[in-house]
Ligand binder design. Sequence first.
Ligand SMILES: C[S@@+](CC[C@H](N)C(=O)[O-])C[C@H]1O[C@@H](n2cnc3c(N)ncnc32)[C@H](O)[C@@H]1O
Length: 205
Amino acid sequence: MNNYEFTNQWFEKTAKPLWSQIINQSKPEKILEIGSYEGASTCYLIDTLSRHHDAFEINAIDTWDGGIEHKEIKINMQLVEERFKKNTSLAIKKSKKSIELITHKAKSINALSNLITSKKSGYFDFIYIDGSHMASDVLSDAILSFELLKINGIMGFDDYLWKMPNSNNLLTNPKIAIDSFTNIFALRSAIFQTPNHQLYIKKLN
Ligand SMILES: C[S@@+](CC[C@H](N)C(=O)[O-])C[C@H]1O[C@@H](n2cnc3c(N)ncnc32)[C@H](O)[C@@H]1O
């Protein structure tokens, strides 16, 4: 029993089946995650990569203010942030490896721009984009993250097929942004075949 406190199964149902292959095969050492919420994906990375490395670094970006999809259901984001801190502290303590967990409590556009100006271009082995679902935010997350990704690094998007409930506005969904990004960066990336609501690319040049 790991005693983590997660209130949903988003990560369990979508990313985990794919990460059990992608993360165990690519064994990234420098990881960037946009959208950490309660730390389900972060704790999986800590638990899994502790079996492969003595030391690694995870950068977690989140406003801990929720996205448009959280506004109507009125989630207490302060409690979400507290659970992130508690869950990740537990994972690090359990791991006994040297883990640098750097949290950036900021809008992703600002945190990603800061990482670029801090000379982190081409630095990360694995980047996971699961922050804002607004198309304009997903597009800027994708473009700035790609700059931060190493050649042969892997970048994944959650919620490729997610739709804002009760809305026909394409601009509130990630898909149009992910499609635009993969089309425009087609000569610099290769899309992985994945079976469900996610999409992964490898940076070629
Ligand atoms: C779907 S949750 C992430 C789930 C997490 N990856 C998991 O697997 O459990 C999305 C998160 O993105 C954050 N978020 C939304 N818009 C953001 C933005 N513009 N910049 C940074 N974080 C944002 C929210 O606060 C929320 O915690």
